[in-house]
Design a protein around this ligand. Structure first.
Ligand code: SAM
Ligand code: SF4
Length: 348
């Protein structure tokens, strides 16, 4: 079997043999959701009256640390903490501070997070001090009214203050923007210009059929193939070879000098080089974002509070079940989501 290492796999070896799935893919990137809660209610992500899980079902900070550390022991080189909104989780900065021991030991190449930015003004400095170097900030529009509409009540000024704080703290920022036919199609080029002028890369994301939302996703879906064709009429986009093992493809915009990414899970297959798995805030390990098979790591964590060998075995076993790929479809109007759990649960 040919073993496929992702670009991020550095020379340092893990304590135990690396996680390799049945298709020879080395799994060295893990996204962990630390909460299902959020201070926003983005229309494509959550219901307006979203119900959240009882706290007892959510992993404690200590369990999250054990879980992340077990993955690091099994060769994870990149760890992304997400949610829900990670910065609404009490004690989150302490969790990051504790996990940064794996950066210092050289076991981990990167410890990062995805945030909506609303609380970044308070936490950017703490994140930088805890060892975070880069963050992804999700922002779909620069128009305060559209922002309030998309997020159902969010205040754009707070995100802008957060971005300024991130810059002051020396954090490198990538902006993630979901392309939405009705809400931001007309301003995507302007957002790219704005991000690049501020020294930030920007990645555009197609809406994915994850979770129940109000309304019909086909009304929001905007093909990034069309967006890209549009941008190519005004700019020179030079493809970059940069690969992250995920669905993103990158170009350099020659006119702005910045990097633009396209995440096109709907119109593109990216599964052959997939190097990642995701864990929900309840400790369910999903081997594929677009499939339902999972492993219950919370039970293992709670049944063996003092011995993580069981946890490592459970992770190894789950990786033997990682499927070749997903099967997202969005073209059927009014169709049920391909996967019932929302992105806020699996972690974006
Ligand atoms: N709350 C944080 C944030 O918004 O950055 C982290 C979690 S959020 C679920 C992670 C990313 O998933 C965000 O960039 C968000 O825009 C994206 N997302 C959520 N639901 C999505 C969907 N149905 N399709 C595509 N992207 C989605
Ligand atoms: Fe919250 Fe992020 Fe989902 Fe928006 S995309 S509702 S910010 S979890």
């Amino acid at each position: 079997m040919t073993v496929i290492h992702s670009a991020s796999h550095a020379a340092a070896r893990p304590a135990s043999p690396a996680l390799v799935d049945p298709f020879g893919r080395v799994i060295d990137y893990v996204r962990v959701s630390v909460t299902d809660r959020c201070d926003l209610r983005c229309t494509y992500c959550m219901l307006e009256r979203q119900t959240f899980l009882p706290r007892s079902e959510i992993l404690s900070l200590e369990e999250l640390d054990r879980l992340c550390s077990a993955f690091v022991d099994l060769g994870t080189r990149r760890l992304r903490l997400t949610g829900g909104e990670p910065l609404v989780r009490k004690g989150f900065i302490d969790l990051v501070g504790n996990l940064s021991r794996h950066l210092r030991s050289g076991a981990l190449d990167e410890l990062t997070l995805t945030t909506n930015g609303t609380r970044l003004a308070d936490h950017a400095e703490g994140l930088a001090r805890a060892g975070v170097r880069r963050i992804n900030v999700s922002l779909d529009t620069l128009d305060p009214d559209a922002y309030r509409r998309i997020t159902r009540g969010g205040d754009l000024d707070r995100v802008m203050a957060g971005l300024a704080a991130a810059r002051t703290a020396g954090l490198k920022v990538k902006i993630n923007a979901v392309a939405l036919k009705a809400d931001n199609a007309g301003e995507l080029a302007g957002m790219v210009r704005w991000a690049h002028a501020g020294g930030m890369d920007l990645t555009l994301i197609e809406t994915m059929p994850l979770g129940e939302i109000e309304g019909d996703r086909t009304d929001q879906y905007l093909s990034l193939a069309d967006v890209r064709a549009d941008l190519e009429r005004q700019w020179t986009l030079t493809p970059l070879t940069r690969r992250t093992g995920g669905p993103a493809r990158y170009v350099r915009v020659e006119e702005t000098g910045g990097v633009l990414g396209f995440i096109t899970p709907m119109s593109h297959t990216f599964c052959e080089t997939c190097n990642r798995v995701r864990v929900t805030c309840t400790g369910e390990l999903f081997m594929c974002l677009g499939q339902d098979d999972k492993a219950d790591l919370r039970t293992v964590l709670r049944e063996h509070p003092a011995d993580d060998s069981h946890l490592r075995s459970a992770i190894r076993e789950a990786i033997t079940r990682k499927p070749m790929g997903h099967d997202f479809r969005i073209e059927r109007r009014g169709a049920a989501p391909a996967v019932a759990r929302p992105m806020s649960m699996t972690g974006g």
